[in-house]
Design a protein around this ligand. Structure first.
Ligand code: IPD
Length: 287
């Protein structure tokens, strides 16, 4: 759909209605997740013993997608559990929703209260808006292209730190646990700590970590092994908060590449890019 057609449908503001529906659904899903957090769960594994899924992940994903399909029947979907079940992960020019129903599933399983719902939206392969809802703290992060980024009503602004020796860095482990991956993961952390970073944190939710970066509560984020549904919504939020989101090669972000560096400043992103070693993961669109 052309933006002009969508604009006509939405009173001059293309994708406005979509963004509003995304917020409503993220809040609804967040209530379900918060309630389920303290209840007994059936836990299953996916690509590794550390890659977990629960009935709540499936329930919430179905709820979000069926509500969106009813409202926007021509739109397409990329979502974590549908992809795990065999759906192709292909970003076309069509309006596409990119969904992680429960980000931080391992936290959720352990009742560790750092869990989000993440809903991104792209048109012509360009990210238009993102919504990340931190369920347990009722914090709604939103970003719309050209319209800023917010946490609830507060405008977000990234940090301006350029010097690693003044930086707090965030990362996540990703699902692989083979010796080579672990060695590289730890060695990347060690390199940044040896560069005198104030600290490196792993909180168990890539989307929330990226939103902390957008808030200026951390100075950089890097990861190998995250997916397009971990990245899509938060990327808009970070960019709209003034930050940089790029590929670990130093080039432009490739949403399907399963790797990212994000930072408040280009200098910080480039420093991390030079320090860390690549951990290989298959691309999302190869699965
Ligand atoms: C995962 C979490 C985890 C990160 C993974 C993500 P999930 O998402 O954000 O912290 O290491 O790369 O895929 O499986 O909880 O939705």
């Amino acid at each position: 759909m052309k933006p002009s057609e969508a604009a006509a449908e939405c009173g001059g503001d293309p994708w406005k209605e979509c963004a509003e529906v995304a917020v409503q659904l993220a809040r609804r899903a967040g209530q379900i997740i918060s309630k389920a957090l303290t209840e007994e769960k059936r836990v299953f594994t996916k690509t590794s013993a550390a890659d977990l899924v629960t009935e709540t992940d499936h329930f919430v994903e179905n709820l979000i997608i069926s509500a969106l399909k009813e409202k926007f029947p021509s739109h397409r979907f990329i979502a974590e559990e549908s992809t795990a079940a065999g759906s192709k992960c292909i970003l076309s020019d069509s309006p596409t929703w990119i969904i992680d129903p429960v980000d931080g599933t391992c936290n959720f399983v352990h009742r560790f209260p750092t869990v989000t719902v993440s809903i991104g939206f792209a048109v012509n392969q360009e990210l238009e808006f993102g919504v990340v809802y931190h369920c347990n703290e009722e914090r709604l992060y939103t970003g719309r292209r050209g319209q800023g980024a917010f946490c609830n009503d507060k405008r977000l602004q990234v940090s301006k730190v350029t010097d690693i020796s003044k930086a707090l860095i965030l990362t996540e482990i990703g699902p692989k646990r083979d010796p080579e991956t672990l060695k590289l993961f730890l060695s990347n952390m060690e390199r940044l700590l040896k560069s005198q970073a104030h600290g490196v944190r792993v909180i168990g939710s890539a989307t929330l970590a990226l939103c902390h970066l957008a808030s200026g509560a951390a100075d950089a984020y890097y990861q190998f092994g995250l997916h397009c549904w971990d990245l899509a919504a938060a990327t808009v939020i970070i960019r709209e908060a003034g930050g940089v989101v790029m590929d670990t090669s130093g080039g432009p972000l490739d949403l399907m590449s399963c790797r990212v560096i994000a930072a408040g400043t280009k200098e910080m992103a480039m420093f991390i890019d030079q320090e860390i070693q690549t951990i290989h993961y298959r691309r999302d669109d190869e699965n």
